[in-house]
Structure formats: structure tokens, C-alpha cells
Design a protein around this ligand. Structure first.
Ligand SMILES: Nc1ncnc2c1ncn2[C@@H]1O[C@H](COP(=O)(O)OP(=O)(O)OP(=O)(O)O)[C@@H](O)[C@H]1O
Ligand SMILES: [Mg+2]
Length: 280
């Protein structure tokens, strides 16, 4: 667990400030009546540059909906998302296109976001081609640099994602996200499909990238132990609302809400024993 909640200094501007976010979905019902589902019901929080906020919650609590709204994949029904002081909900399409590369989203299953027919090199240079900022040779150099950055060998540039292990694929997804030099990385259950030792390696990579590049993370998970390991702050979601939020250590030591207690109970006892803040 991190000791300091860095970046929450009084004079620092938030990178992201979410205010009263609401997302309503139309839901079909057996009777044919139009029903509505509130996937997000007044979510507010702030993330400071260089810090990690973990959003934890059970299945269906609204975590991925939140991620989609922040990454501009969906529009919230109401509410504000201030990114570096601009409300991205209200931006026009052109201005939003400029903000979008700065907020990158990584999913649980990189296979869904990595084109299986493209080589590692093609996957890494595609965002750069779209940006039209680099010459061909520069792009190749950048791809090699990014691979090394995430602990992969440049020798794999000709391989297809299907030829990589789960951990290698997730490192590649991180490299691809980093290629656009985002300010905020949203990781939606990005470690959940990996086995324990690979999870730990990627978690350490994320922390290393945070200290070397000053990355800011929104780390979405149902795993309270991993949240506590990676995050400065934890927000607990239940039915579209944040029901509890605070420094990671406080959430572990003095959980208040029944959702937090359930998530804590789901942490394997052997892992719980390694968490210094939890009273056994
Ligand atoms: N496109 C959609 N249309 C209708 N309902 C949706 C849509 N996307 C999500 N929902 C509903 O919104 C609620 C929140 O879903 P969401 O995927 O955000 O949960 P989650 O916390 O990410 O769950 P999980 O841990 O299983 O990934 C759920 O009830 C879900 O069925
Ligand atoms: Mg989800």
C-alpha cells in the first residue's frame, strides 16, 4: 500500500472532477412497459494529478458505465466531468476529439481492444498514424521504446496478439494506451483475468509508470486488496452511488458501509493477512 496520498496538496488543481453524474438507461421489461435503470445516480469525486483513485464495487454497481462516460464513449444523462478545468460533457465534437486521447481506457480483456490480425508493431503505431505527428521511422522507434517501457522485448514486433500470453497482451494494451501520452489512464478490471503473479507484475509496472511519468489512474476493480495496494483513495460503489470514500488505509481499517464489508470479506484470508491496515 502507498503511504502518502501524494498530489492532494491544497494548491494543486484536480486533473478530473466529476460532479453529480447521472446515467439513465432504458430497460425493456416483460410486460413491454418502458422502464428506466439508473446506472449512475449522482456520482461525484475528484482525482489529483499523479494519484490513483480506485473505484470498487460489486457486479452491476455502475463501474464500467462510469468508465465509459469518462472516456467519452457514452454521454451521461446529466452531470459534469471537468478534465483540466474543462467540462468535457459540454464540449463540441471537435474539441472533444482533442481531449479524448488524453483519457485512455484499458479493459479486462485486451483481446477485445487489440486487433487480432495486426502485428504488435501495427497495433502500437496505429494511434500515432491517426495523430499524424510522426514520420514512419520515428513511429517504429517509438513503438520499440514503448515496448521496453512496459517490460516487453522489441523482438516481438512482428508477432500477433494471439501469440502472446495474457500478461504480455495486457502490457501491450498499456503500451498502446501510453503511445498517445494520456494524462489519465482508466483501468476497468484490467488485472482481473490474470493470474496472481502476473497481476502483481502489472500492478508494479503501473506504479513504476506512475512514479516515472506522473501518470494518474482511475483503477476499477471488485478486488479490495488490489485497490488498497495500488490506490491513494478508494471509492466504494453500490447501485450507481458512491457509498463510501476515503484514503485507502481508512477504508480498510474502518469500513463503514455493508458493501465495503462484503468486498472485504471476499478478499482471501491469506491476502488479508498481508494487508497491514486490516484488523484480523
Ligand atoms: N448499454 C446499456 N444498456 C442498458 N443497461 C446497461 C447498459 N450498460 C450497463 N447497463 C446496466 O447498468 C448497470 C451498471 O452496469 P455496469 O456495467 O456499469 O456495472 P459494473 O459495475 O461495471 O459491473 P461488472 O463488475 O459486472 O463489470 C447494470 O444494471 C447494467 O445492466
Ligand atoms: Mg464492468
Amino acid at each position: 500500500m502507498k503511504i502518502e496520498a501524494s498530489g492532494s496538496g491544497q494548491n494543486m488543481q484536480p486533473l478530473l472532477k466529476v460532479e453529480n453524474l447521472l446515467k439513465r438507461y432504458a430497460k425493456g421489461s416483460l410486460t413491454g412497459a418502458r422502464e428506466e435503470l439508473l446506472a449512475l445516480d449522482g456520482v461525484s469525486f475528484t482525482i489529483f494529478p499523479g494519484t490513483t483513485l480506485a473505484v470498487v464495487g460489486e457486479s452491476g454497481s455502475g463501474k464500467s458505465t462510469l468508465a465509459s462516460c469518462l472516456a467519452c464513449l457514452e454521454s451521461p444523462t446529466t452531470g459534469n466531468i471537468w478534465f483540466e478545468g474543462k467540462d468535457i460533457v459540454k464540449l463540441g465534437e471537435r474539441a472533444r476529439r482533442q481531449v479524448r486521447p488524453q483519457i485512455q481506457l484499458i479493459f479486462q480483456d485486451p483481446a477485445s481492444s487489440l486487433n487480432p490480425r495486426w502485428s504488435v508493431l501495427e497495433i502500437l503505431v496505429e494511434p500515432l498514424i491517426l495523430q499524424r505527428k510522426f514520420k514512419h521511422e520515428e513511429m517504429k522507434q517509438r513503438a520499440n521504446f514503448l515496448l521496453v517501457r512496459v517490460g516487453l522485448s522489441p523482438d516481438i514486433v512482428e508477432q500477433l496478439p494471439t501469440e502472446l500470453s495474457g500478461g504480455q497482451r495486457q502490457r501491450l494494451a498499456i503500451a498502446r494506451a501510453l503511445s498517445l501520452e494520456p494524462k489519465l489512464l482508466i483501468l476497468d478490471e484490467a488485472l482481473s483475468a490474470l493470474d496472481c503473479s502476473v497481476q502483481a507484475q502489472i500492478a508494479n509496472l503501473l506504479m513504476e509508470l506512475q512514479s516515472s511519468l506522473g501518470m494518474t489512474y482511475l483503477f476499477i476493480t471488485h478486488d479490495l486488496a488490489m485497490a488498497a495496494y495500488l490506490a491513494d483513495e478508494i471509492a466504494v460503489m453500490n447501485r450507481g452511488r458512491i457509498v463510501e470514500q476515503g484514503p485507502a488505509e481508512k477504508i480498510l481499517k474502518q469500513p463503514q458501509h455493508e458493501t465495503t464489508l462484503r468486498l472485504l470479506a471476499a478478499v482471501p484470508r491469506i491476502t488479508r493477512a498481508a494487508l497491514p491496515a486490516v484488523e484480523q
